[in-house]
Design a protein around this ligand. Structure first.
Ligand code: IPM
Ligand code: MG
Length: 353
């Protein structure tokens, strides 16, 4: 189990350190885990001049899985586009062909009050968003800002091939088969041809999965339904840009984005695992950040890349126990619980493990 660890920027190093402690503990218990660190994002811009150094990409390619913290921060926001930390993230996703991004939104019963929605609307929430990650308007050509007829225009291209839609649809149907067997595909077919093709291809793939109940929803309605009645959803599948937006929305149903892991997989289940949140520069280096999303990302890694359900479940149970014991980082704190920092939260998870 060769794991490339990319702590990145902001709170990235603090939170990945706690997840690595969890992996170290599993190694002591006999799992053949090896970790090696690399640089990505702003720290790589500072040290190597580019957000995704060749050495990092090689290390990631030679590993079975990547554990990533977060990238970005205000000090790099004014760099040219190709040197921005986010480019490193998009570059590694594309180079490793991590087309399937799984973003679960699960509400832990102990955190029901952390949501801004009424507890009865979100109690028991368990949604899996499957976001296509290497296509769409994020990567479509042509793109740019240029002069046309005496004025400046900016443009991007929303594009999906049938093959790209087919492979992400299959991943989503497979996941639905292991859950409640309901899949909602999100598009904007009333306006965009690209997503008409999306709907047609997903409908066709559905024939391979007769046991899954497929529905379709326009993205504006999906955004509304997620806050109106989120529990109607089991698995959602959508393109890169809609998935970016809807997954942030879904994460907030659970109260804190600090709890949500993610997996980005290629066709062979090699994957990159990262918390759904960003680098939180405002609290970086203060030991306040919630490491649970990163620790839960390590659990997803054991499940999806290494097929070790027992080890994944063990980490997830440890996290649930720590929450049940009343420990909270600042982002999920409420009166009557015990506020702890990043390292103390890591200690508690290790003890529970
Ligand atoms: C995400 C992020 C990234 C994205 C940014 C940092 C490039 O928002 O992973 O959701 O848009 O994909
Ligand atoms: Mg996003």
């Amino acid at each position: 189990m060769k794991i490339c660890v990319l702590p990145g920027d902001g709170i990235g190093p603090e939170i990945t350190a706690q997840a690595v402690r969890v992996l170290d503990a599993l190694r002591s218990d006999g799992l053949p885990i090896e970790t090696e660190e690399g640089r990505i994002g702003g720290c790589a811009v500072d040290a190597d001049g580019v957000p995704l150094p060749e050495a990092t990409l090689t290390l990631a390619q030679q590993s079975d899985a990547v554990l990533l913290g977060a990238v970005g921060g205000p000090q790099w926001d004014n760099l040219p586009r190709e040197q921005r930390p986010e480019r490193g993230l998009l570059g590694i996703r594309k180079s490793l062909q991590l087309f399937a991004n799984l973003r679960p939104a699960i509400l832990y019963p102990e955190l029901a009050n952390a949501s801004t929605l009424k507890p009865e609307v979100v109690a028991g929430l368990d949604i899996m968003i499957v976001r296509e990650l290497t296509g769409d308007i994020y990567f479509g050509q042509p793109r740019g800002i240029e002069e046309r007829d005496g004025e400046t225009v900016g443009y991007n291209t929303m594009i999906y091939s049938e093959a790209e839609i087919r492979r992400i649809a299959r991943v989503a149907f497979d996941i639905a088969m292991k859950r409640d067997r309901r899949l909602c595909s999100v598009d904007k077919m009333n306006v965009l041809e690209c997503t008409q093709l999306w709907r047609d291809v997903v409908t066709d793939v559905a024939k391979e999965f007769p046991e899954v109940e497929l529905s379709h929803m326009l993205v504006d309605n999906a955004a509304m339904q997620l806050v109106r009645n989120p529990k109607q959803f089991d698995v959602m599948v959508t393109g890169n840009m809609f998935g970016d937006i809807l997954s942030d929305e879904a994460s907030m149903l659970t109260g804190s984005i600090g709890m949500l892991p993610s997996a980005s997989l290629d066709a062979n289940n090699k994957g990159m695992y990262e918390p759904s949140h960003g680098s939180a520069p405002d609290i970086a280096g203060k030991g306040l950040a919630n490491p649970l999303a990163t620790i839960l990302s390590a659990a997803m890694m054991l499940r999806y890349t290494f097929g070790n359900e027992a080890a994944a479940a063990r980490i997830e149970s440890a996290v649930k126990k720590v929450l049940a014991d009343g420990l909270r980082t600042a982002d999920i704190y409420e009166a009557g619980t015990r506020k702890v920092g990043t390292a103390a939260m890591g200690d508690a998870v290790l003890a529970a493990l």
